[in-house]
Unconditional design. Structure first.
Ligand code: NAD
Length: 382
């Protein structure tokens, strides 16, 4: 018996961190039948497109994918493979847990929060018009008949669709996540004082959904600017944050900074029919092939994948092995050393080796299988 999982190594540092994660996952003893797929630059070379139908089909079949970061190609028809993948598979919820690890130098301690980002609409939806294009000229003319607000003829335009259905779905997801993970509070983040209709709709929807969870999960809503400041002053006040797409993108990088940087921030994109697990960071092309970057974010994304599959015991063992290696501070990459030029820093592969060695020697209490930890479907067993 094995879980079928699509494996997309990605671009830049992607293959290095994705393979490190794959080896660590295999070392847990959970049987995975990997279905190797291409997306990004390597896919363009073979299929002439960065997101081949073959890859989408594989993820639809397996319902679970482990994915390395993908470079956003410049000057092609695709805005972003990542955005396209999320849209095609309707991966509407992006979950980014941010938890402090002992051994990581940071002015912020005991951070333990979850960012839940809406993944399908907002300014990220891709409704963009270039300055000077016939489309923006037409749109600007039309808009001038609808608003008295000044609108420059040479403006570029981006639309910000925020719908009731998508807002309701993501807020409900955040509350359900809070319930299944023993979380106490959901904070909806917006800028409804300025964007009265779009963010206003998100805020009103969040308040309405929250009523159904009264007495079980606390709720508050906050402005995004104030939230950023509070995250720096008192990150411990937050538990689960739910945000529209763009604020979610930015705030999750802020939160990654609170726990030690992009090298340690994992993530998952979840839908009703598929889930794709990937680090928050990108393909960092200047580090490509150097065996230098931190594999932790990708390995912890693998931990989230194990939880999603219901393999909670293996998930806990792997997470503990990662945290033990970081705590000891020896076999860690340059970004986790006090001095980034510390010659004792190890490479991506060697840090993964240390985690695998730790897995084999650790003693961790088993956990009882309880309720599923994600709302998405689990992988088919092959
Ligand atoms: P990036 O996250 O790739 O890198 C920014 C910096 O963060 C790096 O220069 C490095 O200093 C640090 N960093 C990132 N990952 C690290 C790791 N594992 N260990 C240690 N340090 C790490 O961001 P970018 O340079 O803005 O983006 C590069 C490319 O990645 C772009 O094409 C972008 O579109 C793409 N991207 C893809 C994804 C994704 O696939 N999900 C996410 C973000 C960015």
């Amino acid at each position: 018996m094995a879980y079928e999982v699509a494996f997309i190594p990605g671009d830049g540092i992607g293959p290095e961190v994705a393979w490190a994660a794959r080896r660590c996952l295999e070392a847990t003893g959970v049987k995975v039948l990997w279905r190797d797929c291409l997306a990004g630059e390597s896919a363009i070379a073979k299929f002439g497109t960065p997101l081949p139908e073959e890859t989408l089909q594989t993820v639809r079949q397996t319902q679970v994918a482990l994915k390395g970061p993908i470079t956003t190609p410049i000057g092609t028809g695709f805005r972003s493979v990542n955005v396209a993948l999320r849209k095609q598979l309707d991966l509407f919820a992006c979950i980014r847990p941010c938890r402090s690890s002992e051994g990581i130098r940071s002015p912020f301690q005991q951070v333990d929060l979850i960012v839940v980002r809406e993944n399908t609409e907002d300014l990220y939806a891709g409704i963009d018009f270039a300055a000077g294009s016939p489309e923006s000229a037409q749109l600007i003319q039309q808009l001038k008949t609808l608003t008295t607000q000044p609108l420059a003829d040479d403006a570029a335009l981006s639309l910000k669709p925020i719908s009731v259905a998508a807002s309701e779905r993501i807020v409900r997801f955040a509350f359900e996540y809070a319930l299944t993970h023993g979380r106490k509070k959901v904070t909806a983040v917006h800028k409804a004082n300025i964007m009265k209709y779009t963010d206003g709709l998100f805020m009103e929807t969040a308040r309405r959904v929250a009523k159904a969870y009264e007495g079980r999960v606390a709720f508050e809503d906050r402005l995004v600017d104030a939230t950023c400041m509070q995250l720096i002053l008192r990150p411990q006040e937050f538990d689960v944050l739910v945000l529209p797409n763009l604020y979610g993108d930015i705030v999750s990088d802020v939160c990654a900074g609170l726990i030690g940087g992009l090298g340690v921030a994992p993530g998952a994109n979840i839908g009703e029919r598929a889930a794709v697990f990937e680090a928050v960071h990108g393909s960092a092309p200047r580090y490509q092939g150097l065996n230098k970057v931190n594999p932790t974010a990708m390995i912890l994304s693998g931990v989230m994948m194990l939880e999603h599959l219901g393999e909670r015991d293996a998930a806990r063992r792997l997470e503990e092995a990662v945290r033990a290696v970081i705590r000891e501070g020896r076999a860690v990459t340059y970004d986790l050393k006090a001095d980034r030029h510390d010659p004792t820093a190890v490479g991506t592969k060697e840090m993964a080796d240390a985690i695998i060695a730790k897995l084999k020697t650790q003693s961790v209490e088993p956990v009882n299988p309880v309720k599923p930890v994600q709302t998405g479907q689990r992988a088919q067993r092959a």
